[in-house]
Design a protein around this ligand. Structure first.
Ligand SMILES: Nc1nc2c(ncn2[C@@H]2O[C@H](COP(=O)(O)OP(=O)(O)OP(=O)(O)O)[C@@H](O)[C@H]2O)c(=O)[nH]1
Length: 84
């Protein structure tokens, strides 16, 4: 599945740059479009629950057009990065 392969590539890149513990924010964009996969559906397709037991991750629905969800996503990322 293309989405899953792309995510695996991104995770390998994180490992390569020694970011194995880095927080991972996934923005499920284009939520303003009818028929867009929901964040829960994408999480299932990507098998996020089993992806990485150590890494902190979050998937947030958003729309680059309306701005919906962007603040929530980046707010989580900043908060998560501040956890020692
Ligand atoms: N409706 C809507 N359109 C968007 C959104 N974000 C980007 N687009 C549009 O989607 C088109 C493709 O842009 P991107 O998604 O940035 O480019 P891409 O990743 O190469 O293409 P896709 O794989 O189709 O997403 C452009 O016309 C953007 O204006 C969004 O949140 N909502």
């Amino acid at each position: 599945m293309r989405l899953r392969t792309e995510l695996q590539k991104k995770i390998q890149e994180l490992e390569k740059y020694r970011l194995s513990g880095a927080s991972l924010l996934i923005l499920a964009n284009k939520q303003d479009l009818k028929g867009a996969l929901t964040p829960d559906e994408i999480a299932k397709v990507l098998n996020l629950e089993n992806m990485d037991k150590i890494r902190h991750w979050k998937i947030v629905g958003c729309s680059a057009y309306t701005g919906e969800g962007l603040l929530e996503g980046f707010d989580w990322l900043v908060q998560d990065m501040m956890i020692p």
